[in-house]
Design a protein around this ligand. Structure first.
Ligand code: SF4
Ligand code: SF4
Length: 444
């Protein structure tokens, strides 16, 4: 019997175009535009200069504070520029531009062979930090911080997120199908770091091949594979925890407050690569899909590769695009520039054809209640949107738990008035953050 969540929606999963295709290693583009800001936290600071020759895996930007992650050269070549270029998360940001020398040569003495069983949790955390690992499911939260919760939080459960509930995306599915041993190794490493004996790997039942393979591979390990209902947003951390453990993360609290840490399968593969081979995060699996993409695929692409190069590699377009999204169509980030680049959080790039874009204008709320039914966080999306329109952002936070919204978009998906509720909610969160910052800095 599979585990269910309450609320949510069931959009068509659209995964059939890529789910059975093997990951292809894309040729390295002539120029990579590697952003120094690819994670939550402050931008990193370049440690290379124009004209420097760099090797693959070499450190090119170090953290400004302990909360960011370092950035490494995805290939060998020459630094030709330090300049601002399109960044899919931040609009634009400082990039280290590397012109490939075509050799793809590793930095000397970088790679190694280690057994995690001989390392302490502190040593492994340090390795994960130095190799720039972040959450690869889309959040880009630094992994060395997530795996080292404050001492006063007792963690007893690791949850591995293989749900991949967003339509179109299959990069996590292919990671489990093609790198199952690395996912398991990364999971065992994370368990040792956290000191937990309980671990669940949650996979939605629309991935029967991944479930069968991981059930087989996890035999004899402490990892229990859990089958989850195919329902969006099953892959949201709080939903996974509820579906798998039955624990509800209270309003305003984090997974660690109920003893859980959630890690994505791709991040755990990266953890295994870093801890046992000292490989930094310099490339990732990206789903390139959408109705206008000629030959949709999963591609292993270097960080800093422009989206336009990936689409070219996938045969270009068969029709006009109305929208380009980084991530899935439900929670992904709309992109205005096809020259934005692959970053550590790019699980996919998805096109929506011009004729499929919803151009219906937003209307007034008719109080049908469908958004409330769909909201897995038990919020009142209609009220939150109306309060935002009226500028009552603080009331939304204090009386209607604004900050619990995970921005999943289920409310918008079901709304007959096509109200862009997530936009209103983001607006309220941003306004409240501005007020908080102004109070902190003492400005008026
Ligand atoms: S679904 Fe839309 S119209 Fe219905 S209550 Fe919610 S916001 Fe209003
Ligand atoms: S209010 Fe937030 S959490 Fe609830 S359905 Fe809408 S976007 Fe999702």
């Amino acid at each position: 019997m599979f585990r269910k969540i309450k609320g949510g929606v069931h959009p068509h999963d659209e995964k059939q175009s890529t789910e059975d295709k093997k990951i292809e290693f894309m040729p390295i583009p002539q120029k990579l535009f590697v952003p120094v800001h690819q994670h939550i936290g402050q931008a990193s600071i370049p440690v290379v200069a124009v004209g420097d020759m760099v090797k693959k895996g070499q450190l090119i930007a170090e953290t400004a504070d302990g909360r960011g992650t370092p950035v490494h050269a995805p290939t060998s070549g020459k630094v030709t520029e330090l300049g601002n270029y399109p960044n899919p998360i931040y609009g634009s940001s400082l990039c280290v531009v590397i012109e490939s020398d075509g050799l793809d040569e590793w930095q000397e003495n970088l790679l190694t062979t280690r057994n995690y069983e001989n390392l302490t949790p502190e040593e492994m955390i340090d390795i994960i930090f130095k190799n720039g690992i972040v959450g690869m499911g889309g959040a880009a939260f630094p992994t060395h911080i997530k795996l080292a919760p404050p001492k006063d939080r007792h963690i007893d459960t690791l949850i591995v997120n293989g749900a991949e509930c967003e339509p179109y995306l299959t990069s996590d599915h292919r990671t489990m199908m093609e790198y199952p041993d690395d996912v398991i190794k990364g999971t065992l490493i994370a368990m040792k770091i956290l000191g937990v004996s309980k671990c669940y790997l949650g996979i939605e039942i629309n991935k029967p091949k991944a479930i069968a393979l991981m059930l087989e591979k996890c035999k004899g390990t402490p990892i229990e594979v859990v089958e989850l209902e195919t329902r969006y947003p099953q892959g949201a951390e709080k939903m996974m925890i509820l579906a798998i453990t039955g624990k509800e993360v209270p309003s305003g609290k984090l997974p660690m407050d109920v003893g859980c840490v959630v890690q994505n399968v791709g991040s755990l593969k990266a953890v295994a690569d870093a801890v046992e081979k000292n490989i930094p995060l310099i490339e990732r699996i990206v789903t390139v899909a959408g109705k206008t993409v000629k030959d949709p695929k999963n591609v292993m692409a270097k960080l800093g590769t422009p989206f336009s190069e990936l689409f070219k590699y996938c045969g270009g377009f068969t029709g006009k695009n109305g929208k380009l999204i980084m991530g899935g169509p439900m929670m992904g980030q709309a992109q205005v520039n096809i020259e934005a680049v692959i970053v550590k959080a790019t699980s996919g790039i998805v096109t929506i054809s011009e004729k499929d874009v919803d151009y219906v204008p937003e209307r007034a709320c008719i109080r049908c209640g469908r958004c409330i039914e769909a909201c897995t966080m038990h919020l009142m999306p209609s009220t939150l949107s109306i309060l935002s329109e009226k500028g009552q952002h603080q009331t939304a936070q204090t009386d209607y738990n604004l900050m619990d919204c995970v921005e999943c978009g289920c409310c918008y998906y079901v709304c007959p008035s096509r109200r862009n509720i997530v936009h209103y909610i983001r607006q309220s969160k941003a306004k409240n953050a501005m007020v908080r910052n102004a109070i902190k800095t003492g400005s008026k």
